[in-house]
Write a new protein. Structure first.
Length: 247
């Protein structure tokens, strides 16, 4: 499974360089701001995630994690997430999980959203729906142009191609990863730099799904999208032939 997860960050180590520095609201002091950015990166890529998991991944004390989470919640950039359904009926109180809010995602960068939306509206007025759909296809092709299609239909090749798709989207700013789930693999895009535009033009999301289908050589299903208000975009890809198990 490919992922862009953050490496450990220790608050006490002066001069430590974080994996990434997102343009979130910075805490006083450069090092404190860098650590805050690493917390945001985990919320982005792994959220919903518990404070304990954040501390273990970044080498932070419980007090350090609480300080950063409280600051992000106060600025509206993070929030507590509802517990997974499987934990709601169990005994005991489930650990709180945290994730970025729409405000937090917006601060990761949505450059020129207004201009892009205006350009898309003009394109629709001039060329109609076909022009918008053609633009959406060309856009995703520019991202996935270097990915080799899965031709054999084998589970191994499909999964490898899914990882290549995730890597291409990560390079394009989508912080994507893959994970094996049951008899399939899921492509997760933890950030979408065009989500505000995609809210108005779902053709962008549909073009991605069509490109995934073409490259993977199998039907894929979009389970969630950031444009629709979900925490991240999730696309399910079956990796076993449909007649497996049949007699």
């Amino acid at each position: 499974m490919k992922t862009t997860s953050a490496a450990p960050v220790h608050e006490e180590r002066a001069g430590h360089t974080p994996v990434a520095a997102f343009p979130v609201t910075q805490a006083p002091g450069t090092h404190e701001g860098q650590t805050r950015a690493a917390v945001v990166q985990l919320l982005l890529e792994e959220g919903p995630i518990t404070a304990t998991e954040i501390g273990a991944r970044l080498g932070l004390s419980a007090a350090g994690v609480r300080r950063h989470l409280d600051a992000l919640i106060d600025t509206g950039e993070a929030q507590a997430a509802p517990p997974p359904r499987r934990e709601r009926r169990g005994r005991g109180r489930p650990a709180r999980r945290f994730q970025l809010t729409a405000v937090g995602r917006a601060r990761l960068g949505h450059s020129y959203d207004d201009l892009a939306s205006a350009a898309m509206r003009h394109l629709r007025e001039v060329g109609g729906e076909a022009a918008v759909e053609d633009f959406a296809r060309r856009r995703v092709q520019s991202i996935l142009g270097g990915v080799t299609p899965a031709e054999s239909g084998s589970a191994t090749e499909i999964e490898a191609t899914a990882e290549d798709i995730a890597a291409a989207f990560t390079d394009a700013g989508f912080a994507a990863s893959t994970r094996r789930v049951g008899t399939g693999v899921q492509i997760c895009q933890h950030h979408c730099p065009v989500s505000h535009v995609a809210e108005q033009f779902p053709e962008l999301c549909e073009a991605e799904r069509e490109a995934f289908t073409e490259l993977l050589g199998t039907h894929v299903q979009r389970l969630a999208t950031i444009a629709n208000g979900d925490s991240f975009c999730t696309t399910h890809v079956p990796v076993l032939p449909p007649d497996i198990g049949k007699t």
